[in-house]
Structures are given as C-alpha cells and as structure tokens.
Write a protein that binds this ligand. Sequence first.
Ligand code: 1PR
Length: 591
Amino acid sequence: MEAPPFSSSCSSSPLSSTARLLSSSSPSSSLLFRRNSFSKTHYSAKFKSPRNLSVRASGDSVVTLLDYGAGNVRSVRNAIRYLGFDIKDVQTPEDILKADRLVFPGVGAFAAAMDVLNKNGMAEALCSYIEKDRPFLGICLGLQLLFESSEENGPVNGLGLIPGVVGRFDSSNGFRVPHIGWNALQIKNDSEILDDIGNHHVYFVHSYRAMPSDDNKEWISSTCNYGDNFIASIRRGNVHAVQFHPEKSGDVGLSILRRFLYPKSTTTKKPTEGKASKLAKRVIACLDVRANDKGDLVVTKGDQYDVREHTEENEVRNLGKPVELAGQYYIDGADEVSFLNITGFRDFPLGDLPMLQVLRYTSENVFVPLTVGGGIRDFTDANGRHYTSLEVASEYFRSGADKISIGSDAVYAAEEYLRTGVKTGKTSLEQISRVYGNQAVVVSIDPRRVYLKNPNDVEFKAVKLKNPGPNGEEYAWYQCTVNGGREGRPIGAYELAKAVEELGAGEILLNCIDCDGQGKGFDIDLIKLISDAVSIPVIASSGAGAVEHFTEVFMKTNASAALAAGIFHRKEVTVQSVKEHLLKEGIEVRI
Ligand code: 1PR
C-alpha cells in the first residue's frame, strides 16, 4: 500500500556541539581472503550460506552515506560494498539533497547526533529529502532520530517527522537492558525490504526504542517484542528505517540491504509471518589470539589459560589463522565472533597492527557482530606518547569491532569503586561506555574457584557447589584475576559483576579458569550466580565439550549467550550442530 505524502515538518533544537562532521577513512582495499573463498565443510541444509546473496550492481551503483563521525559505521560500508555498490560520503547538506539513495546509520547518543545534524544544516536537508519521498534507509539511531523527541539524556528534540517519543526499555519487568541479540519481527505492513524475513531473526543492540501508537501506526512496517512491542521498522513510500542492524544480521540482513539498494530485484512476494518469536539464545565462537614465537598472529587455545604445548619446544599452541577461522564460523552460523588478544595486557594493542588488520579483514566479509578484547587501558609508549583507553577502543571500533571487551582494567575500576563508592567517570569502562554507549562495552571476567568449608570464611559472595571440592568443600567463591589469570585480586566475580554494571558495562563475558579447555561443561554454579545478580546480558564461557552443555547452560541459568572456543577450533563440534541440538530441545536460536 502506498502511503500518503509527508505532512510533518522538521523540528530543530538549538544545541551546542563539540562534535565534528567527519568523513571516515575508507578501509583497506586489500583482502586476505575474497568472498566465496570459505570452505563449506559441515554445511547443513538448514543453515544457508550468505554468499548466494551477493549482487553485482551496474551503472549508477552509488550509495550516499551520512556518517557524522560519532562511531563505527565501517560494517555498513562493508556490507554496501559487499553488495556491489560504491559509497559517496556526505560532506555538505547539498550532498544529501542530490543523493539517489541515502543510507543513514545513526550511531552514538541521540542528543549528540541531533547536535551535529543541526549544526551542519544536515537536519534540514534530511527532512527535505525525506519529505520528497526520496529513497532513504535509516538504521538504529537513524530510525529514532526521525521521531519527535527522545528521553535519552533528554528530552531532546528529534527531526519530528514521525509522531512519538523514543524511550528507554523498562528493565523492572526482568528484561535485560540493553536489548542485545537476535530477535524476531512481527510484520505489520508491506515493506518490500523485509520480504525475505520469513522465520529469521535480525540483530538488535539498543537501550532505547520508539513505541507504536495510533498517531504513528501508518508508518509501522514491523514491530518486535521485548517486554513490550516496540517499533522495529518503518516504511512510507521510499522511506525506510530499521531499529535493528541489517549489516550485522548475516544472510537475511544482507538481503534487506540488497532489497533497499536494488529495488528492481524485488519480487511481488508477500511478507510472511515466521515461526521465530522472541530473543534467540546466542552461540558465540571465540578466538584467543596472540603472536607465536615466530611473531605470527595465530589462534591459540589454552587449558586453564595455559596456551603452551607440553613438549620440549614449549611452543604456543597454533589452531589456525584468525581471519579464516572467523569467516568459517560466520558461514557455520555463529551469532557473533569474539577476538581476545590474550597478551594485550603486556603488549600495547595499538602497536599490535596485525590485530587491527585482522579486524579490518574480518569485517569485510563477516556480517555478524565482532567483539575484540585485550589491552584496553591507558598506556604510555616508549616515546613517552600517552594513549587513553578511549583512543585504544576507538581504534578497535574504527577497525571493525562492534563491541570491545575489557578484562584487567575493569577489575581495577571495580575495586576502586567498591572502596570509595565514587564513580569518577575517568575509568576506561565509564569513558568508553559514555562515548559509544554501554551496549558496546563488554567486561570479560576471569575468575578462579576458591573452595571453602564455610561460606562465612570470606567477605565475598560464596555459592554452595553442585559438586564438592577436592577436600570435600561444599562452597566456593570465585576470585577475579588480571593479566590472563596470572594474578588473583581481592574481589569476587559477584561483586565485580554488580560493580561493572553500575559503571556502565553493557554485557558480561563470564569465563572460568577452572573449566577453560576442559570440555566438561560450563560452571553452572558460577553462571547462575552472576546471571541472577545483574540485569545486563551474561555470556557463559569456558568448558563446552558437547552440544548438551549448551542446552544445560540455557536451561539451568539465565545466560543470554554461550561461548566456546576449543571444540570449534578442533572441529569436534560445529556451530550448526549446537544450534540444531538447541532447537530440538525447544530453545530458540537464530537459524
Ligand atoms: O585483561 O583487558 O588485557 O584482556 C585480556 C583478555 O584475554 C581477557 O578477556 C581474558 O579472558 C583473555 N585471556 C588472557 N589470557 C588468556 C589465556 O587463555 N591465557 N583467554 C585469555 C581467555 C578464555 C575464553 C575461552 C573460553 C572458552 N580465554 O575466552 O575462549 O574459556 O574456551 P573453551 O571453550 O575451549 O573452554 P585484558
């Protein structure tokens, strides 16, 4: 159904700005691997290869991109290029008015984005472009900005094209905020770009959302349920916007982008309601990366964090090349890929250019979220040049990371916070989450079990164990460590998790040194303890050895995702077989 022409006009807010309009640098043109180069071993009919969606556009295949420099839009660039289009960056408001098709991947906070748009005359140009019903695709914040206002650090006026206020998710009803992960859409109105959605999930990551109402119902093409029904996408004529991230939604996300970029390829197929119904549990492949003794960056994997072979040479265990393995796990259906630079605590990551290259190359072909961790902290190099943790994180984001993960530095920050009760705003955790949003900040915890006869023997939260300790101890507390498990700290995993949530972490990656590489299953006691204690998503990690371990962790704890490394690297179990097993056991996953 064709929607009526636009009637609302732009509101503008006289906000001051320190932000600058930056056009981001173009990524490296060289490729470690080209598309179609992935091997398709273990391919299962249920999990389709994303490669069949690549479209070669011809002629005027240029997309205008509005990137106001507030965050990482590299993934959007990569997806557009992958689909065969060139990108023209908006430099002036006239570039918006002259665009044939405009993509607006809003990133960062609502107020800062409006600030930049108003200051540069972009807000007016955007409104004019949209009111003329020119082809437009807003992504995430690029959808929210179309509304009248947002409560994010506000109220703050938006572009005022769609009636409604953008508000925060309510976490009091037990739903974890941010809303991170793969969720299902309910199609409300015909929107050609969603025609392939079927029963697929798409990837969301946000804390704020717009709600459906009588005033905006003509705009809504789909909703999503997370506690309540919020607006997942809008469509009016040639104007589309989505709250989710098509550039991070794998196969189906690429098809949504392709349908927008290449409308001639759309069919008359009607949208279908699928079986997907809610937030899916995520399966994450993790790559512990470090330089081996020859200086090559390799994927390694430890047993209880010991990554050296027990041979005379004592070399670092080498399980493959990071970019290739990440590509393979994407093909296999991994919902996310994490890179942990495990020697980042001693080697400065910005000196570790190969790691940045790994991210750049991976993000050119892998269209699910990428997390990178290791070495995110303030650092002064040999020349006396000081780098803040924010600069380190920014470099990771610019290179293709969607989330960064902080280990050791978060432990120090939590200890300080618990000691003083004061949030200084200066810790890496606080600074990065303030600039990039807490959904972009993961805290990786590396705890070790300390057995106890009596839970009152320590000031830290202890749990009653399912299986007693080596001397019959019935309790344990989980001591946090830093520097890759080398140093125990006076803080428990429970205390740390609660503190980092308050400091701005958006997600917790919960490892367990005792279980790492053992293949005997996740530490259910620990994961239950932490996932019940916080209201941000918890990723269960360490110990997966069989598909049943994933089912167990999702059935017995409130983990939102489960991560594994060794079993995938050694090809003992594939991501597909994990998902097939979860589905069989009635646990919703992305297919
Ligand atoms: O402290 O901010 O520099 O971050 C360092 C990061 O590197 C932390 O996230 C820390 O967990 C990680 N790390 C440091 N040393 C090691 C090591 O193994 N020697 N790896 C290490 C941690 C744990 C998991 C692993 C799961 C699943 N690896 O990520 O992938 O335990 O393994 P499994 O399925 O084989 O059991 P900073």
